[in-house]
Design a protein around this ligand. Structure first.
Ligand code: HEC
Ligand code: HEC
Length: 273
């Protein structure tokens, strides 16, 4: 116990010096032990993996090519690709990753590694698997996007944003579209399953006459449907309605697709704001 300040001030100088030294010594001891605890519990502090030369070479490539800009190890790194701490494991062969590395995937560029380089970067990642389990927590999709409901989700987002209301025949057309599951093949603003065309493209004939004939007979991979004249007219209005708002809806769609998978805006770090 240190005596109160007043007591120290009035104390005999020799005793005061002694007490001061004791206080300093205690502070230094506390500082050292806290440092020791922190150092010991730092990631990898106690079970640091020794990398062999092949793995070292892999680490070098990992750094040179900035893999961590997109991938994480134990949650640290960029977020364009998955956490790779426990992905390349003893249970998976190099061959499984060869294609990803040499041809790229999604945002990942092709890395033209020779076989040895490829083996080394994978050996390095395999070594990472021994550093413990990473616990990446994927950001959950807020609303999984079902293909057949994709257009409906877009229409809802449009209403939410602009307060717009679908005009009557178009709204009914959207109902028919959902009920008949046209969206299983036709996706907004891109070619879909079986190369089904984007309905809003200028070259597509959306007239009721054409849709009537097409749905009655089917064509190529597109099956035939049993629709009433009313259904067909409604479908035609719906598709025409989307086509006239193509540019605006393409923007909305980008937002919708982003929101359904992952949004940088959801990350708590300022650089993504
Ligand atoms: C520009 C971003 C980017 C960079 C840089 C990048 N990757 Fe990727 N990587 C990705 C994405 C995106 C995926 C695919 C995730 C998916 O399939 O959903 C991926 C996938 C992988 C996979 C496959 C994971 C699996 O589960 O099959 C491996 C292995 C991998 N990357 C290794 C690397 C290595 C090694 C480097 C550096 C030499 C690297 N990546 C650099 C974005 C990147
Ligand atoms: C099983 C997949 C599939 C489904 C379901 C489907 N389509 Fe198609 N659709 C296609 C394919 C494939 C084409 C391209 C056909 C071709 O030209 O060979 C196409 C073409 C079209 C075209 C353009 C034809 C042209 O002349 O340019 C329209 C319009 C169309 N579909 C409307 C619909 C409607 C409306 C529905 C729902 C009632 C629907 N499709 C359901 C696969 C599908």
């Amino acid at each position: 116990m240190l005596p109160p300040v007043a007591a120290v001030v009035t104390m005999d100088p020799k005793r005061a010096t002694c007490l001061r030294s004791a206080a300093y010594a205690t502070l230094v001891a506390v500082y050292l032990s806290v440092s020791l605890v922190a150092w010991n519990s730092a990631p990898g502090g106690e079970r640091r993996v020794e990398l062999d030369p092949l793995e070292q070479a892999g680490l070098q490539l990992w750094r040179e090519h900035n893999c961590q800009a997109c991938h994480q190890l134990h949650g640290f790194g960029g977020f364009l690709g998955p956490d790779l701490t426990n992905v390349v494991t003893d249970e998976r062969s190099d061959r499984e990753f060869a294609r990803t590395l040499s041809e790229g995937v999604k945002q990942m560029p092709a890395f033209h590694f020779d076989e040895e380089q490829q083996a080394s970067v994978l050996a390095f990642l395999r070594a990472m698997d021994f550093t413990g389990r990473a616990e990446p927590r994927p950001i959950e999709a807020r609303r999984p996007l079902v293909a057949t409901e994709h257009y409906r989700a877009l229409a809802e987002l449009w209403t939410e944003r602009t307060g717009g209301v679908l005009p009557e025949p178009a709204a009914r057309g959207l109902e028919v579209w959902s009920r008949q599951q046209c969206g299983a093949c036709h996706v907004p603003f891109a070619r879909g399953q079986f190369r089904a065309p984007d309905h809003s493209a200028a070259a597509v004939d959306r007239s009721a006459r054409h849709i009537e004939e097409l749905t009655r007979t089917g064509r190529g991979s597109m099956p035939s449907f049993q629709l009433t004249g009313d259904d067909v007219a409604a479908l035609s209005s719906w598709l025409e309605f989307v086509a006239t708002r193509r540019d605006e809806w393409i923007e909305l769609d980008r937002e919708l697709v982003q929101r359904d998978t992952f949004s940088f805006g959801d990350l708590p770090w300022f650089e993504y704001r």
